[in-house]
Each structure stands twice: as structure tokens, then as C-alpha cells.
Design a protein around this ligand. Structure first.
Ligand code: CP
Length: 302
């Protein structure tokens, strides 16, 4: 049914629901089918990762797979080998599933066009373009708290312009029927077009943005994608940090989400990150089940 997972755009609302339901059933049952037994999964991470890389590894192993997770810096990529040749060689050795994170936008698309149905490919984040599995994790987490999320107001605060998570999240919200979304950022971190904002409203005004929110999503400043100017982090916290005081502007008991990694006391106060309204570790917990669901839908087409 699913050959590759490149971005959210390829999924229908029904696909999205199917992934969430399968992930929920894996979470509930604690017993999983060995759908990837005797299969090799390769994790190719050209950028650092804690959550994505390890959750994919756990997910693959819980479905019975063998996992290869080479350190890219110690691979022959450092001698000039291309990513296509790297995958061709691993495929020749028997690796069929590839999870790829890359700093360049569009690499997963290029790979899928080259390899077609010879591999299964999952985009684990490409440049500023997409991070579909993170968005699916967040969708599962939202639905766990709000089974009918259509009426929610969700406010995203932080470096929206460089966030591949936001790009995928906004597509997910639309597919879940969530139309009340507010994007809050200083000018330098705002989307540069209506298309980039997926037609959702954008404001610099965090007070208005947070009012009446059911869910507040905090995003870190993506320093690795900034060329030149990096804002003063204390000033950013003063103006845009999700603090206990600011959280009071949202609905009572509003949930707080963050895809990670967090920069504590920059985009989010430690007391909020660790507070009773935080879903951050639930997002990490759910991440394994979503990734198991994605592998499972791919395994069905083999
Ligand atoms: N959310 C996320 O992609 O985290 P990592 O960079 O740690 O994988």
C-alpha cells in the first residue's frame, strides 16, 4: 500500500487516520507482529538526531527487523561517494528499507525517482522542506487528547520559516480539518509567502496569537539553517518564549507541544516544558508507534 513516505501531501485523510489508528493499536496492545522479520532497515542520517533516529531503530526492532545505523561521517560519503551509490551498495547487500535524513530539500524525492519500487524510503527530515513522521506523531498525540480535533485552536510560536516540522504539521492540521491555526513569530522567522504559511494567519503579536489556544506548539530557532544573523537568545525568550505567564493567555489547561530538540529557556521555559500541561515526552513515546505503523503499511506491499 505504501512504497515510500516522502511528505504529508501524498497522504489522504483516510491514510492519515489509518496510520494513527494502527499506531494507537500498537500502543494499546504491547504485542506486535514480526512484519519485518529477516528484513534489514538502514538508517542514513546526514544530520544529527536523537528522537527520530532512535525511535526508528526501536520501531524497526519491535517489528523484528535487523537495523543498520552507520555513522555517516565514518562512511565512504566522506570520500565523496554519493547518497545514491551508498544506497545502491547497501541494497546490493540486502537492505531494503531506508530511513533518510538530509540537509538538502528534495533528496527523498530524488531518491524515490531513482530507486522506484526497489526500496522503501522514509523521509526523516529534508532541509527545511518536510518532516512527515514528526507531523504524524503530533497528529496521533493531538487525537489522543482530542478525538475530534476540528474545533481546536492551535498556535505555533517560534522559528516557523526554517521549520520542516511546521511545513508538514500545517498539512496534517488541514487533513484533520483543523482550520483555526495561528502562526506567531518575529518578522525574520515568519513564512515569506501565503503558500509557505499554507494560508494560515501570521502575526508578530504573541498575546493575540495565544489567546484562546487549545494547543501551543513551541519551536526552536534553527541556528544551523541561519546564515549570518542569529537573534539574541535572551531577547527572543523575553519576546517569544512560551512561559508560564504567557501560557495563561491560552485556554485553561491548554496543552503544550514541542517536536524537540528544545532549547530550554529560549523558546520555552523549563517550567512549561516540564509542567503538567506539557505533551513533549508523550510525543516521544508515541513516536515509536507511529513509525511502527508506517513500516507496517510498507511491509504489506512486499
Ligand atoms: N523531532 C526531531 O526530529 O528530533 P531529532 O532531531 O532529535 O530527531
Amino acid at each position: 500500500m505504501m512504497q515510500h513516505l516522502l511528505d504529508i501531501a501524498q497522504l489522504s485523510t483516510q491514510d492519515l487516520r489509518e496510520i494513527i489508528e494502527l499506531a494507537q493499536s500498537y500502543k494499546k496492545n504491547n504485542q506486535w507482529p514480526p512484519l519485518l522479520k529477516n528484513k534489514w532497515v538502514g538508517l542514513l542520517f546526514f544530520e544529527p538526531s536523537t528522537r527520530t533516529r532512535n525511535a526508528f531503530q526501536i520501531a524497526a526492532r519491535q517489528l523484528g527487523a535487523e537495523v543498520l545505523a552507520p555513522d555517516i561521517n565514518l562512511s565512504s560519503v566522506s570520500k565523496g561517494e554519493t547518497i545514491i551509490d551508498t544506497i545502491e551498495n547497501l541494497l546490493a547487500m540486502g537492505v531494503r528499507y531506508f530511513v533518510v535524513r538530509h540537509h538538502e530539500n528534495g533528496i527523498p524525492q530524488t531518491l524515490s525517482e531513482h530507486f522506484k519500487d526497489r526500496i522503501h524510503l522514509i523521509n526523516a527530515g529534508d532541509g527545511t522542506h518536510a518532516h512527515p513522521t514528526q507531523a504524524l506523531i503530533d497528529a496521533m498525540t493531538i487525537v489522543e487528547k482530542f478525538p475530534d480535533p476540528q474545533a481546536l485552536k492551535i498556535t505555533i510560536v517560534g522559528d516557523i520559516h526554517h521549520s520542516r516540522v511546521t511545513n508538514s504539521l500545517l498539512e496534517v492540521y488541514k487533513k484533520l480539518g483543523i482550520s483555526r491555526v495561528c502562526l506567531v513569530a518575529p518578522k525574520i522567522f515568519q513564512p515569506t509567502s501565503r503558500k509557505e504559511a499554507h494560508d494560515f494567519p501570521v502575526t508578530e503579536d504573541i498575546v493575540t496569537g495565544l489567546q484562546d489556544a487549545d494547543i501551543v506548539v513551541s519551536l526552536r530557532i534553527q541556528k544551523e539553517r541561519l546564515s549570518g544573523f542569529v537573534p539574541d537568545l535572551d531577547e527572543f525568550h523575553q519576546q517569544y518564549g512560551v512561559t508560564e505567564e504567557r501560557l495563561k493567555l491560552a485556554k485553561p489547561n491548554a496543552w503544550v507541544m514541542h517536536p524537540g530538540p528544545m532549547n530550554r529557556n529560549v523558546e520555552i521555559a523549563s517550567s512549561v516544558a516540564d509542567g503538567k500541561q506539557s505533551l513533549i515526552l508523550l510525543q516521544s513515546h508515541n513516536s515509536v508507534f507511529v513509525r511502527m505503523a508506517i513500516f507496517s503499511l510498507m511491509a504489506r506491499v512486499c
